[in-house]
Write a protein that binds this ligand. Structure first.
Ligand code: ATP
Ligand code: MG
Length: 568
């Protein structure tokens, strides 16, 4: 895999297990992981964590990570989601190629084998067809404190079980009439081990296998077998699967006893999920945001989906960096959203060219600057990379400045424009404010000033002027007028869905503001997905959907500082 890393991998308990396996030769040095999303929705930042863990470990150990579409719920899955998953993993910088072989798999490709193994389990007395209703099964399941009761069908003869399963498969029975269950232990303290269902009847069209099947295997049965069929060594998943591990092992042990698989068998290892403040990572709730039109789609730049983060302007490197920095543990905790924003700033500070944008424009008129004159000012593309060259832009008599860089009555410590004060126009001249023009309602519509012709930046005279304020500007005549979308966090609260509360109420009404801004003329040359730092404002990206050649629209990714941080 080609992904370069920014940070050094930190050791973690999973890597310790793998190191030990390598030391003992358990897998003859092989490390094969897998990322197994269900194609029933768009991937989100939580999945990015699982992707970075699985693909990252495979990369660092010279192994391979399989991308497996875990598609055993025909009703909810679709090829549209498969495509978006493939794109998201690629965009994050990973691939599933090793030695020229593509390791992209579908659980639905194993349906024939899974079914054959089910018959084998019956033959070995390890599975039976249960004909109780769902309600009867529930009543006999027991509870955390009480053991379950065996089904009256538990001791059906093997031949009868085989016959029923074949007829289930042939479509002779209605949905819910029978299920196939593993014969394990109805008294197990672990409810997952109380004869879990292996197959259920569903007359549903599957996006890949069509109408071939009317019995579909359950997740717990499919997952471990898929891992074993693909020779996965370490099956990494989130903590909620910890209680399923005995079942994972049970199925594989049965099939190893039946000489289907050889030992060692894949090992399931659980780690804690990523919880990010101000973010929701449940597909169901994200769907609610889309369907309720609280956002403009799955790729709305405020969505924590990979497509949303990409459109917002987050780089794959920043997402990987956040995943690395937050580590892998067994303890469920919340990561502050600022960790992701910090990773973005750390990534873009070095990469992003600088530019100027006036987001809330107010006209500045330099009264003593001749109307027909213009100066070509220049500034570095990047302050720490002289080799990236200079950018140039004209200075003219009328400029756009930020409305809040001027005030008639300055508060203490205000060093920018107010009558009588001097500031520097970045990369240009020192000016002295002389007053302002107002409309009939008393609103300031233009600021007046004079400039000092010998104060130009980069000339000797510049040092004669000591000013505390330094403001940005663009020429009225030359500015590129563009739509800029100022995004902020989608929720006002750090844990919008905590305690089962209605997260819709926690939506931030100011999560999107659209302004018409005036940009440095060069910004017009940026292409979709080009990122830039607008000086003093933060990081922006040319929107990948709405930008057209020669007419980019910009999204704010994040500010230069964490504006949500609590004052110290
Ligand atoms: P949802 O519950 O929102 O539907 P899911 O976790 O069931 O999502 P899957 O497609 O089954 O979605 O997930 C694929 C993999 O991603 C699983 O191995 C799962 O453990 C992992 N994953 C999902 N969310 C997170 C998260 N927040 N942090 C880390 N891993 C996650
Ligand atoms: Mg899942």
């Amino acid at each position: 895999m080609s992904t370069e890393r920014i940070d050094v991998p930190v050791s973690n308990f999973i890597r310790n297990i793998i190191d030990e396996d390598i030391r003992t030769g358990k897998w003859a040095g092989r490390v094969e992981t897998r990322f197994p999303p269900e194609p029933n929705g768009y991937l989100h930042i939580g999945h990015a964590k699982a992707i970075c863990v699985n693909f990252g470990i495979a990369r660092d150990y010279g192994g391979v990570c399989h991308l497996r579409l875990d598609d055993t719920n025909p009703e909810k899955e679709d090829v549209e989601y498969v495509k978006s998953i493939v794109d998201a993993v690629r965009w994050l910088g990973f691939d599933w190629n090793k030695g020229g072989q593509e390791h992209l798999y579908y659980a639905s490709d194993y349906y024939d084998k899974l079914y054959a193994f089910a018959e084998l389990l019956i033959e070995r007395g390890k599975a039976y067809v249960d004909s109780q209703s769902a309600e009867e099964m529930r009543m006999r399941r027991g509870s955390l404190t009480e053991p379950g009761q065996p089904s009256p069908f538990r001791d059906r003869p093997i031949e009868e079980n085989l016959d029923l399963l074949r007829r289930m498969k042939a479509g002779e029975f209605a949905e819910g009439a029978h299920v196939l269950r593993a014969k394990i232990d109805m008294a197990s303290p672990n409810i997952n081990m109380r004869d879990p269902v292996i197959y259920r009847i569903r007359f549903a069209h599957h996006y890949r296998t069509g109408d071939k099947w009317c019995v579909y295997p359950m997740y717990d049965y499919t997952h471990c077998i898929s891992d074993a069929l693909e020779n996965i060594t370490h099956s990494l998943c989130t903590l909620e699967f910890e209680d399923h591990r005995p079942l994972y092992d049970w199925f594989l042990e049965q099939l190893a006893d039946a000489a289907i698989f050889t030992r060692p068998l894949p090992q399931q290892i659980e780690f804690s999920r990523l919880n990010l403040t101000y973010v929701i990572t449940s597909k169901r709730k994200l769907l609610q945001l889309v369907e309720g039109q609280h956002v403009e789609g799955w790729d709305d730049p405020r969505m924590p989906t990979i497509v949303g983060l990409r459109r917002r302007g987050f780089t794959p490197e920043s997402i990987r960096l956040m995943c690395d920095r937050t580590g892998v543990t067994k303890v469920n905790s919340w990561i502050d959203f600022s960790v992701l924003e910090g990773a973005l700033r750390d990534d873009l500070d070095d990469k992003a060219p600088r530019s100027v944008a006036v987001l809330d424009p107010l006209k500045l008129i330099i009264d003593n600057y001749p109307e027909d004159q213009s100066d070509t000012c220049s500034a570095p593309v990047h302050p720490h990379h002289a080799e990236r060259g200079m950018r140039t832009f004209p200075l003219t008599r009328e400029l756009w400045i930020e409305r809040d860089d001027f005030t008639e009555t300055p508060p203490k410590g205000f060093f920018r424009l107010f009558p009588g004060n001097k500031v520097r126009l970045r990369y240009g001249y020192v000016i002295e404010c002389t007053g302002c023009d107002k409309d009939a309602d008393g609103n300031v519509i233009a600021v007046r000033c004079n400039y000092f012709p010998d104060s130009r930046s980069g000339t000797e005279g510049a040092n004669l002027y000591k000013v505390k304020g330094n403001i940005h500007w663009v020429s009225v005549e030359h500015a590129y007028r563009a739509e800029v979308r100022l995004y902020d966090r989608l929720f006002k609260e750090p844990q919008p869905d905590a305690g089962g509360r209605d997260f819709i109420e926690a939506l931030n009404p100011e999560s999107k503001r659209v302004v018409t801004a005036y940009l440095e003329p060069g910004a017009q040359q940026l292409h979709a997905e080009d990122r830039v730092q607008f000086e003093r404002h933060g990081y922006f990206v040319a929107d990948r959907v709405d930008s057209t050649p020669g007419a980019p629209v910009f999204n704010r990714i994040t500010g230069l500082r964490d504006s949500w941080a609590k004052p110290a």
